[in-house]
Design a protein around this ligand. Structure first.
Ligand code: ATP
Ligand code: MG
Length: 256
């Protein structure tokens, strides 16, 4: 099984990056022990997605690692019973302003060295935090809505990555709200971006409810039409055979 570094990006805000990050993390936790890092440093919401009460956050972890490098980085993580761990964003935008991307990546790089899957949730736009995530990613998950601005932004992101000579062969298109009635079809999004959708996420109230309740749908209802696609996608990112059973023996049900 691989330990991918997954950057979850989308140039436009509100397209579903945190929803994808949280659900992927729970899905991966069935086979592995993923770490989610919230790089949306100003307004990160991974802590709400999992109803966490972090002791350490990205900014305090940077300071602690600088002062006590011998203690390692694992104790900065907030544990979740699903078997994943998170490093949450600073508590407020003012604290975040004191944190540079270079400093943040001292901690992120140390987490990557733990050889566990790492999911990097990012903010909209292409900040230094997002560029740092793209630089380190072995898999880039581009979350795209079915509206024209969203699709155009993903196209521009791919062009920008090309110009920066970043490898785009591991960039996966995720079409969110694929069933939205007034949106483009998945085929249209694929045509416009020149990528095949690796994951199609339906518009479903259980996804929104899960995020509001701090319990992603992959945890509350993994076999549902909203949850199951994440499990398959997580498998492929982990490089796991579809038929392999999970550590809890539940994979067969959703992969059938
Ligand atoms: N497929 C979906 N069906 C229903 N609701 C969804 C779906 N995807 C996302 N949502 C909801 O849309 C809102 C925005 O999603 P989310 O916070 O994941 O986006 P984001 O890209 O992380 O936003 P930001 O750029 O602000 O970080 C949330 O309330 C989420 O629950
Ligand atoms: Mg978000």
């Amino acid at each position: 099984m691989k330990n991918p570094v997954v950057a979850v990006v989308s140039p436009k805000g509100g397209n579903g990056k945190t929803t994808v990050s949280a659900n992927l993390a729970v899905a991966m936790a069935r086979l592995s022990a993923p770490i989610v890092v919230d790089l949306d440093v100003h307004f990160g919401d991974i802590e709400y997605a999992f109803r966490l009460q972090p002791f350490h956050r990205l900014d305090s972890a940077v300071v602690a690692l600088r002062e006590r490098p011998q203690e390692g980085v694992e104790h900065f993580l907030t544990l979740h019973p699903a078997g994943l761990a998170a490093l949450c964003a600073p508590s407020d935008p003012v604290s975040a302003d004191y944190l540079s991307a270079d400093e943040a990546f001292t901690v992120v790089d140390a987490l990557i060295e733990l050889e566990r899957p790492v999911i990097l949730d990012t903010a909209g736009g292409i900040s230094d935090f997002t560029l740092g995530a793209l630089d380190r990613a072995t898999e880039v998950v581009m979350v795209c809505g079915t509206d024209v601005p969203s699709v155009q932004a993903v196209k521009k992101l791919l062009e920008t990555m090309d110009r920066l000579e970043m490898d785009t062969t591991h960039a996966h298109l995720v079409v969110n709200r694929s069933t939205a009635r007034c949106g483009l079809s998945v085929a249209d999004v694929e045509l416009a971006t020149g990528r095949k959708a690796a994951l199609e996420i339906p518009e479903h109230q259980s996804l929104a409810a899960g995020m509001n309740q701090g319990c992603p749908v992959t945890e509350s209802d993994p076999g549902s039409s909203a949850g199951a696609p994440f499990l398959k996608f997580a498998n492929s990112l982990l490089g796991v055979d579809r038929n392999r059973s999970s550590k809890f023996g539940r994979f067969a049900k959703v992969d059938a």
